[in-house]
Design a binder for this molecule. Structure first.
Ligand SMILES: Nc1ncnc2c1ncn2[C@@H]1O[C@H](COP(=O)(O)OP(=O)(O)OP(=O)(O)O)[C@@H](O)[C@H]1O
Length: 817
């Protein structure tokens, strides 16, 4: 054995040596025959390509490594990169490393171009009078649906050269391939049966081999169809989600205005963006295979059947389709509308849960579980009854659909397949064969069998395609429901974005969104209100409620203002108007241009803590990369935290990269101090602090105010606490007058104010004097009470039940305690 293997090895080695020798000989010969210059040039180019190739690979490898490290760092620090073209590069965790995603923002021009589709739908679509974008017509298979769907399509497939178009094309190719394979399978099926009946073993076996090969290819095609369908669905979703995010979260503050001013999509957009959008995209991607493929199938198979069964059968088939389609359409419940309402109810239920999670602590303190459960159960019950209603409607429809599509169609199919046998003159190719084959009896029957099997399979495929077309009436109706939801969201967002509110006939509210006449001037070095009514807006189309008739005041750099007054009088409303959250109905509002650095910063009443690291809490809304660009280091952040009296936080929480649910980790006062840390990080020129120190001790409060002033920040404080006056130059007192609807703006420390303070001090002194009198009186009473305990001038013993430890505590001791 060993000798044998040795022999084999030497033979193999010999063959290899011979091969090498031959080729070295050929190469050497060629080289010798070429000129010296060519050889030098060839050697040089070879050396160059090796060097360049190596350098290229080195650079590629280095870039990859750098990206890998950068990705990991950005994921760890919860940050992103700004690109020159305005796009952002983010990294998302993927498998063991990260994956790079570039997010391009939608251009403002695109939004403007789409406004026509979403705000001024053609009248023929019946979508309102061109001023109200939300779907007024019932979602269903109508022109409105067509318009809505095509409008959304223009977002999902922006160009013919886009990735989505490519995906759809490849999906279409695979669908066609599947149709072709079905045809081949039908033919092969017939042949197999024919060969089996004829007893031709060889042909039959060959048929089986072909069948298996075809099966493998068909399985691959089917898998690809499913894969591409999912890819199309996710590609559509990505496009729509990014588009919606771009119009929802931008400088126009649409995310606030959508639910606070417009109200066109109810409580919020979350259900629309998460669930409805997903269902819409899945349904739209499926439509292509549930409607497009059956359509192609029907065309191809009916042509084949026309050839083999003749015109009579074809006419019969087609009339059957039209009849079925019209019956089903007539009897089908309004699935679109039902789905749209179901989506809304799902959204309401979900938002109740989200609210409970957000306010879990408050509810727990009140022990409000029962109450919350009642709300949730009520909402769920409403959703449940609605869905049960839909299921009931579906039972009737499914019975009808199944009976028509499965059983009556097969009976009809058998009838049609028998045409070539019983009516050969009308039976197409099959009938012609029947008439021609008068001779051999067995051969005729075998061929009958073959064409019957082929036709039956074709008919089955056709019935399947037709059935799917009919089923897709229901799918289409459901798609209409999702389309209407998504279209409503996007058109409402466009309305908010373009501020497209128009006066309706019969509308006469004083402060309506369609009648906003005030101006907001950005770029002013200070804060100014000139005859501005402070109005709490109502949800469109309702008008707003006037809080102050007309406010005029000015704050210049270095002049700090305290806005004070009772609760609910409209103090925070002033900051909302200034930030652009609420409209300026009349008058002029002036403020610095930017929000944040070199501009104005707002610290809201409820401190907000973002998801992310401890560092993110201090630098919000900046990211880590922005912080580096501003040349700030963690040492600077530490100093800032110390100034905000939070210097201990990085040590306590385990470093700057710690991620926690900060809203639960930090105490009320810490949250407020964190807001001050943000202020010190951004160092804006002006800051509006809304009840920013209500949970902070008064000594720290003073320090925080002094630090901000030292850094040159002009402060506008909103507070009910008069003690804050000492840090401010002016005071805007709201809620003055008998009806509490007036205001006063005055310098702190004026003669009038001094007099007021003196009066207050006098009042206090008088009260103190009353306290002294009361004390004296109490001593007298106590003395009298003690006299009850004496007998003949001596003090009585204390009662026996009072032990030494339980001796009664005097009221004075108790007061001291
Ligand atoms: N998003 C809103 N939409 C409509 N009205 C609102 C909205 N937010 C507040 N309001 C109303 O505006 C009025 C003024 O509210 P604001 O928050 O300005 O009061 P405030 O003076 O700051 O009170 P507090 O001292 O309690 O903070 C209140 O009557 C309130 O009901």
């Amino acid at each position: 054995m060993a000798a044998q293997s040795n022999l084999r090895r030497t033979a193999a080695e010999d063959a290899l040596a011979e091969f090498l020798e031959k080729w070295t000989g050929i190469l050497g010969k060629r080289l010798r025959s070429t000129s010296r210059t060519t050889r030098t040039l060839a050697t040089l180019s070879l050396a160059m390509s090796i060097i360049l190739g190596a350098e290229g690979s080195r650079r590629w490898w280095k870039k990859r490594r750098h990206e890998h490290e950068q990705g990991r760092k950005l994921v760890r620090t919860n940050s992103w990169l700004h690109n020159k073209d305005g796009s952002r590069t983010i990294y998302v965790p993927y498998k063991d490393g990260t994956s790079k995603v570039v997010i391009n923002t939608t251009k403002p021009l695109t939004f403007e171009a789409h406004r026509r589709l979403f705000l001024n739908p053609p009248r023929v679509s019946g979508l309102g009078d061109g001023t109200v974008p939300s779907a007024q017509t019932k979602p269903g298979l109508n022109l409105a649906f067509l318009h809505q769907f095509l409008s959304l399509m223009s977002i999902m497939i922006p160009r013919w050269s886009s990735k989505e178009a490519g995906l759809l094309l490849s999906h279409g190719v695979f669908l066609m391939l599947r149709t072709y394979l079905s045809l081949v399978v039908a033919r092969l099926d017939g042949e197999l049966v024919r060969d089996l009946v004829a007893g031709q073993g060889k042909a039959f076996l060959w048929g089986i081999v072909k069948w298996c090969g075809l099966g493998t290819f068909a399985s691959y095609t089917n898998a690809m169809i499913k894969f591409l369908e999912s890819k199309v669905s996710i590609a559509f979703r990505t496009r729509l989600t990014r588009y919606i995010h771009d119009i929802y979260l931008n400088e126009n503050l649409n995310y606030y205005k959508l639910s606070n001013l417009d109200g066109g999509v109810g409580q919020g957009a979350d259900q629309f963006i998460t669930q409805d959008l997903t269902l819409f995209c899945a349904s739209a991607a499926n439509l292509y295979s549930s409607l497009g493929k059956p359509f192609v199938d029907i065309c191809v198979f009916s042509f084949q059947l026309y050839r083999s069964l003749g015109p009579l059968a074809w006419i019969g088939l087609m009339s059957n389709y039209f009849l079925t389609a019209s019956i089903l359409r007539k009897l089908s419940p309004p699935f679109g509308k039902l789905k749209a309402v179901e989506g809304r109810k799902e959204g309401d239920f979900r938002s109740l849960h989200a609210r409970l999670i957000a306010n879990a602590e408050e509810v727990a303190f009140y022990g409000g579980a029962e109450m919350e459960k009642t709300f949730l159960n009520k909402e769920y019950k409403s959703l449940k009854s609605w869905m049960e209603g839909i299921y009931m409607l579906k039972i009737r429809y499914n019975i009808l659909e199944d009976f028509i599509l499965k059983y009556s169609w097969s009976a009809y199919g058998y009838l049609l397949a028998s045409l070539p046998v019983f009516l050969p003159a009308w039976g197409g190719v099959g009938g012609a064969a029947e008439m021609a084959e008068g001779g051999e009896k067995g051969g005729r029957e075998r061929n009958r069998m073959k064409s019957f099997i082929t036709n039956k399979r074709l008919m089955l495929s056709l019935a399947d395609a037709g059935g799917r077309m009919m089923y897709s009436i229901k799918d289409l109706a459901e798609l209409a429901g999702y389309t209407s939801r998504v279209y409503t969201l996007i058109s409402t967002l466009h309305r908010v974005h373009a501020n497209a509110y128009y006066l309706r006939s019969g509308q006469s509210e004083l402060y309506s969104l369609s009648d906003v006449q005030g101006t907001i001037q950005k770029g002013f070095d200070g804060v100014r209100f000139e005859q501005v009514p402070v109005v709490a807006p109502g949800l469109w189309p309702q008008g707003g409620e006037e809080l102050l008739e007309s406010l005029s005041m000015i704050v210049r750099r270095g002049e700090h203002l305290l806005i004070s007054g009772p609760n609910g009088v409209g103090k925070s409303a002033i900051s909302r108007i200034l930030a652009g959250l609420w409209p300026v109905y009349r008058g002029l509002v002036s403020r610095p241009k930017s929000i944040g650095e070199d501009g104005i910063m707002f610290l809201p009443q409820r401190p907000y803590l973002s998801p992310g690291t401890l560092r993110d809490q201090v630098i919000y809304p900046d990211g880590h990369v922005d912080m580096r660009e501003k040349r700030k280091s963690e040492n600077d952040l530490q100093k800032i935290l110390e100034a905000a009296r939070l210097g201990y936080l990085p040590d306590r929480e385990g470093g700057w990269d710690t991620r926690k649910e900060w809203k639960d980790v930090l105490s009320g006062g810490e949250k407020q101090r964190m807001q001050f840390a943000r202020l010190l990080y951004h160092e804006p020129q002006y800051a509006i602090i809304d009840e920013g120190t209500s949970a902070v001790s008064s000594d720290v409060e003073g320090l925080l105010y002094e630090t901000c002033k030292e850094r040159g920040i002009t402060l506008i404080t909103i507070s009910t606490r008069a003690s804050l006056k000492k840090y401010h130059t002016y005071n805007l007192q709201l809620g003055v007058g008998d009806d509490a609807d007036s205001w006063e703006f005055e310098r702190i420390g004026t003669e009038r104010e001094k007099m007021q303070v003196e009066k207050e001090v006098q009042d206090l002194r008088e009260r103190l004097a009353q306290v002294d009198e009361l004390k004296k009186r109490r001593e007298e009473i106590e003395k009298e009470l003690n006299a009850v305990w004496t007998e003949k001038g001596d003090l009585l013993d204390a009662p026996s039940y009072i032990g030494i430890d339980e001796a009664p505590v005097s009221s004075e001791e108790s007061i001291e305690a």
